[in-house]
Design a protein around this ligand. Structure first.
Ligand code: FPP
Length: 251
């Protein structure tokens, strides 16, 4: 065995994943589309297009692997600050994705849910969301949560408002508010918390993504830009996750 063979063997052995111990929920911050495009002298919209292709590939792979929940950060409440041309390109891409999700993901059994505030989204996008959510509601394979117009702080404010309204309406009393009540009023209600949260492109922050839900998520950072993220990279993240000792504050 050559040195290279040994290194390859070691690497693949370390990246081997235990199919019986998969994270139930993986969340991904799909970052670096702009840098990917810049490196190639392309417009930022080309980076997002390439990122959408990576999303198709990773969704299909995760579903086949047996991952039950996948949440991806597609557009944050702060992303409206980007140049109008880029916002339009992202919305167009999302619209195309929602129109063609079956062909793109290649799996009839994926359930799609959109999380985030509806405020600011066009009627056209809202209609497409309704169609896709209803059409996939009964599917019982992987659930793909697309965080669209999503911000963790906005989500918490929204949850507080909903709870306050329930109190005003006499449906709830203040002493009944606990972590479960807050969770139940988030956009992710009914969705398990992420076990593994991945951020690519070398950045190491949460950027307002699933802040309540990721309190005990295992974090994995990768330097690769999202359009270049491969199924091997996902395997590496899962393999590392499987080596971790999750204590949730216990011993
Ligand atoms: C961050 O990269 C990425 C986004 C703000 C958009 C993510 C969108 C996609 C991957 C494609 C569309 C999604 C769907 C569901 C079709 P960036 O633009 O901030 O990159 P940079 O940090 O290199 O500039």
């Amino acid at each position: 065995m050559s040195y290279l063979d040994i290194m390859f063997f070691k690497k693949s052995k370390n990246n081997k994943i235990d199919i019986n111990n998969l994270p139930n929920h993986i969340a991904i911050i799909m970052d670096g589309n702009g840098r990917w495009a810049k490196k190639r002298g392309l417009p930022r919209s080309a980076g997002h297009k390439a990122g959408a292709k990576t999303l198709e590939k990773i969704t299909r792979y995760a579903g086949n692997l047996g991952i039950r929940n996948l949440t991806v950060y597609a557009f944050s409440t702060e992303n409206w600050k980007r140049p109008q041309q880029e916002v339009d390109a992202l919305m167009e891409l999302l619209g195309e994705y929602l129109d063609n999700y079956k062909k793109l993901i290649g799996d009839d059994n994926i359930r799609i849910r959109i999380i985030g505030t509806k405020v600011g989204l066009s009627d056209e996008i809202l209609d497409k969301i309704n169609v896709v959510e209803s059409a996939t509601a009964k599917n019982d394979g992987l659930t793909l949560y697309i965080a669209l117009n999503y911000g963790g702080r906005e989500e918490l404010v929204n949850s507080v408002k909903k709870i306050a309204k329930k109190i005003c309406d006499g449906e709830l009393i203040v002493d009944e508010i606990d972590e479960g009540v807050v969770s139940d009023n988030l956009y992710t209600t009914g969705c398990p918390e992420p076990d593994l949260l991945i951020r690519v492109s070398g950045e190491r922050r949460l950027s307002n993504f699933l802040m309540w839900q990721s309190a005990y998520s295992e974090l994995w950072f990768d330097d690769v830009n999202w359009p270049d993220f491969s199924t091997k990279d996902l395997n590496r993240a899962i393999a590392d996750y499987q080596k971790r000792n999750r204590r949730f504050g216990g011993v």
